[in-house]
Design a protein around this ligand. Structure first.
Ligand SMILES: *[C@@H]1O[C@H](CO)[C@@H](O)[C@H](O)[C@H]1NC(C)=O
Ligand SMILES: *[C@@H]1O[C@H](CO)[C@@H](O)[C@H](O)[C@H]1NC(C)=O
Ligand SMILES: *[C@@H]1O[C@H](CO)[C@@H](O)[C@H](O)[C@H]1NC(C)=O
Ligand SMILES: *[C@@H]1O[C@H](CO)[C@@H](O)[C@H](O)[C@H]1NC(C)=O
Length: 327
């Protein structure tokens, strides 16, 4: 036992020093919205506008998925399968899908992944560690809040229903993956959308309350699912599955203050655009995009993405021992 543990620790040391880590292929599978999309929406619909947005990222440069991969792949063997779409919601939303039929919501993304997993497009087996990561839910919330943006008022029952449904859809994803045999399933908390320049100051307290409710309910639902999964034993596919929820939105919010050199503009956007799914000719890009926490009125800048991928998400995955300690 002690020997095995020592061996495992050694293996966790790193991809260059360690034994098994060096032979492992780490497969990141990404599920999400515009914060994680690395070109799916651009390929499907020609947006966001490549004159404003970097290669299908909804920001001015590489996003957190690019940054996490680039840093990790320097030392370890990594592959990325990204199913995220700009504008995607956690729950199906028929009215919205009519306007943007090309957007794959979380249900669609999960179906695409499961199909690729079954057909062998996603590597699997000994020597392969698959790490599914989900970051979604902001658009479900924003769609419900749209009417409230100006007068800071929304139907509290409708908001509560959105929160319940969003949590249920997010956690159903984790359950579906566990039942398909995935072992370590990662969920990010909500993103700190209350910071977005799009939101009028008067609406922020309500949005913060909703974010707290979403994260708290997600924590409870993940706990309940984990307790259920613990009762599954033996050779059944879901046996041993673990769901890792990476805290709540507050560490992401705090990250904005940790970026070096600091942003000189934490509140104003570089580009006056909130709907990158539509091309708006004549939009101007500011002279100093890297000084802004927000690139447009809803999406963070690439320097914040760098922090998020390398200083936010990567060390949390290492702490959970999903990735080797030193890379
Ligand atoms: C991941 O990073 C490696 C090393 O920089 C690069 O070769 C590879 O193309 C990247 N993969 C993706 C999907 O960006
Ligand atoms: C998403 O799934 C729904 C229900 O299966 C389907 O009708 C729709 O076409 C899918 N959308 C995309 C973009 O794949
Ligand atoms: C949301 O879920 C909670 C807890 O399950 C429940 O008490 C509440 O009635 C639900 N609200 C709505 C609007 O569905
Ligand atoms: C969010 O996480 C922080 C840090 O772990 C914690 O102090 C805070 O209470 C959490 N907020 C909620 C609403 O659970």
């Amino acid at each position: 036992m002690a020997l095995t543990r020592g061996f495992m620790l050694l293996a966790l040391l790193g991809c260059t020093l360690g034994l098994s880590a060096a032979r492992t292929t780490y497969v990141f599978v990404i599920f999400g919205d515009s914060l994680s999309d690395t070109g799916n929406t651009l390929r499907a619909a020609g947006v966001p506008d490549p004159a404003i947005y970097y290669k299908g990222r909804f920001t001015n440069g590489p996003n957190w998925v690019d940054r996490l991969n680039a840093t990790f792949a320097k030392k370890c063997t990594a592959k990325v399968f990204n199913y995220a779409y700009g504008g995607a919601t956690a729950c199906p939303n028929p009215g919205y899908s009519q306007i943007y039929p090309y957007i794959k919501d979380l249900t669609n993304q999960t179906a695409s992944f499961l199909s690729d997993y079954k057909t062998g497009k996603i590597p699997r087996g000994p020597g392969v560690k698959i790490i599914p990561i989900q970051w979604i839910g902001s658009n479900d919330l924003m769609l419900t809040l749209m009417g409230a943006l100006n007068d800071a008022h929304t139907d509290p029952l409708q908001l509560a229903a959105t929160i319940n449904a969003t949590v249920a859809c997010r956690v159903q994803w984790a359950k579906t993956l566990a039942l398909a045999g995935l072992k370590d399933i990662v969920m990010l908390p909500m993103s700190p959308v209350h910071l977005a320049p799009l939101l009028p100051a008067a609406a922020k307290p309500m949005v913060i309350q909703a974010l707290n409710a979403l994260d708290t309910a997600t924590t409870a639902a993940v706990g309940a699912l984990q307790a259920h999964l613990k009762t599954i034993h033996g050779s059944r596919p879901a046996a041993g599955a673990r769901i890792h929820l990476l805290g709540n939105y507050t560490w992401i919010e705090a990250g904005g203050q940790e970026v070096k050199p600091p942003f000189t503009d934490m509140t104003g956007p570089c580009v006056a655009n909130y709907l990158p799914l539509v091309i708006h000719p004549g939009l101007e890009i500011c002279a100093n995009p890297n000084d802004h926490l927000f690139y447009d009125t809803l999406h963070i800048g690439s320097r914040f993405h760098q922090w998020l991928g390398v200083k936010g998400i990567l060390p949390r995955l290492q702490q959970l021992r999903l990735l080797p300690k030193t890379i």
